[in-house]
Design a protein. Structure first.
Length: 216
């Protein structure tokens, strides 16, 4: 987890940052500029002074930060597409988000990398950064993320999966989402910086299982 929450007061990224540098306590959220959903792997950026924090937050608000993710979803995705659908609180479950008419604008672009065994490997780029955005948008268009405990495929859908895929997703144990790339303007030098996070080992293993399967 990124921030402490009910039932998770410690063991979070924020706790780790404060242990690493107590001076971060003077910054909003210990310098954390944006967040990743619980159990999403990948790259984040943390500011270490107020100037950097203000610059990075402003870049996010102006949609000047490039964020690219990879995901494994249930279903056959189009070659590419865009989901432009507002996101807000789910009226029936306040712990979840949903596409709602009065929500905040949210745009997700996706590109299919490959399809096999009824699973699509996607690259996704965000224009906005709403809570659970990718997970909600993919569910909205009928392509829920593998292993997602909140927005994943309905239980009945998994009955159609081959046994090896059920076992692989159960072993994976989280939503198949990875923040791969982050690009922003350095607050100090003004240089455009890009960073990549290799796929987490468990994500790479699941991806390999699907690629090497005998399914079509």
């Amino acid at each position: 987890m990124v921030h402490p929450a009910a039932g998770h007061p410690d063991g979070t990224l924020l706790n780790g940052l404060l242990h690493f540098d107590r001076a971060l306590a003077s910054l909003p959220r210990a310098g954390i500029v944006h967040r990743l959903d619980k159990d999403t792997s990948g790259i984040m950026v943390v500011a270490r002074n107020l100037k950097a924090h203000a610059s990075l937050v402003a870049q996010l608000q102006k949609r000047e930060v490039s964020r690219i993710y990879e995901a494994l979803v249930c279903g056959q995705a189009n070659v590419s597409g865009t989901v432009d659908a507002p996101i807000g609180r789910n009226s029936r479950d306040r712990k979840k988000m949903a596409v709602v008419s009065n929500g905040k604008p949210a745009v997700t672009h996706y590109r299919q990398l490959f399809v096999k065994a009824g699973v699509s490997h996607l690259e996704l780029a965000l224009e906005s950064g709403r809570t659970h955005q990718i997970r909600v948008h993919m569910q909205h268009i009928g392509l829920p993320l593998l292993g997602d405990p909140q927005y994943g495929p309905p239980r009945g859908a998994t009955r159609l999966w081959p046994d090896w895929l059920v076992a692989a997703v159960d072993l994976f144990g989280r939503q198949a989402l990875h923040a791969r790339h982050l690009r922003f303007t350095h607050p100090g030098s003004g240089t455009l910086c890009g960073f990549e996070a290799p796929l987490a080992t468990d994500f790479a293993d699941l991806l390999r299982s699907i690629r090497e399967s005998s399914g079509s």
